[in-house]
Design a binder for this molecule. Structure first.
Ligand code: FAD
Ligand code: FES
Length: 251
């Protein structure tokens, strides 16, 4: 785990109440090769005026720069959205365990919902770099909440969009888009609302993994505030996850 300072290079509105933030390291520059940033990892941000850090997934990572995509849902994310370019943030990196791209042999299926979509982008890039086929199924409530669809189209072999109100793509949920297109895969990865991931894990017969979201205290394995029950006993989402194999999870 590393605690370091970052400067805000970008903090822009990209969809309803949703921002893209790019952070440039000021001191320690984490690297993927040394395991300081892994796929599906989250960072824990100290927001000025708040004691508890806010966990956000790493959407993209290049030469130490972190891209995050976050939605304003409460006071902490509101303050974050108002921070100016060149402002500074203290960030914890090197937390938890992320996605395993090696688990996929040839054909991957990525299923994301809402603010669960961002960490799948970096995963898609790494899977493509390994020569694997990537199909992404991305679900949103409505058109003005769609994020990163162009970025996914640039990277993936196939991108399917679903919206609950039918304004873009297949009308309904990610499972409706999957039922319509029947993508073939040997391994799946999912991140999104718990109810969506439960349905996805139950609907898909093949092996896969899911990135869970829990309310966090310390974010680093000390307080046990994020514990969940798994088939292998209690596990901390921040330290043992956030990514867990499908077969470990009890829904
Ligand atoms: C591993 C992980 C990755 C996440 N990645 C993203 C992301 O990429 N983009 C995004 O928009 N959101 C993400 N979230 C959710 C994000 O952390 C919360 O929306 C955010 O902490 C809310 O803070 P707030 O102060 O605005 O809300 P408030 O409701 O005011 O927060 C109050 C407290 O609850 C905690 N909290 C609130 N909601 C959550 C939550 N869902 N999960 C964990 N702690 C929460 C906050 O840390 C804070 O301590 C992620 C959560 C986790 C656990
Ligand atoms: S949030 Fe403290 S152990 Fe996970």
């Amino acid at each position: 785990m590393n605690k370091s300072l970052y400067t805000i290079a970008e903090n822009s509105l990209i969809a309803t109440k949703t921002y893209k933030m790019v952070l440039e390291p000021l001191s320690f520059r984490p690297s993927e090769a040394s395991g300081e940033i892994c796929l599906g990892e989250f960072v824990d941000i100290l927001i000025p005026g708040y004691f508890l850090r806010r966990p956000l997934s790493v959407c993209d990572f290049e030469e130490g720069r972190l891209t995050l995509v976050y939605k304003v849902v409460g006071e902490g994310t509101k303050v974050l959205s108002e921070m100016p370019v060149r402002g500074e943030l203290e960030v914890l990196t090197g937390l938890g365990k992320g996605f395993d791209p090696e688990a996929c042999r040839e054909r991957s299926l990525l299923v994301g919902g809402g603010l669960g979509v961002p960490p799948l982008l970096l995963l898609a890039k790494r899977l493509k770099a390994q020569g694997k086929r990537v199909t992404a199924v991305l679900g949103f409530n409505k058109a003005d909440e769609i994020i990163l669809s162009e970025e996914f189209r640039t990277v993936c072999d196939e991108v399917l969009i679903s919206t609950v109100d039918g304004s873009v793509g297949v009308k309904g949920f990610v499972t409706d888009a999957m039922a319509a297109a029947r993508p073939s895969f040997d391994y799946f990865y999912t991140c999104g609302p718990m109810v969506m991931m439960k349905v996805v894990c139950n609907a898909l017969e093949g092996p896969g993994e899911a990135s869970l979201e829990e309310r966090m205290g310390c974010g680093a394995g000390f307080c046990y505030g994020c514990s969940i029950q798994t088939k292998n006993g209690p596990r901390r989402v921040c330290k043992d996850g956030p990514v867990f194999k499908k077969e470990e999870l009890i829904w």
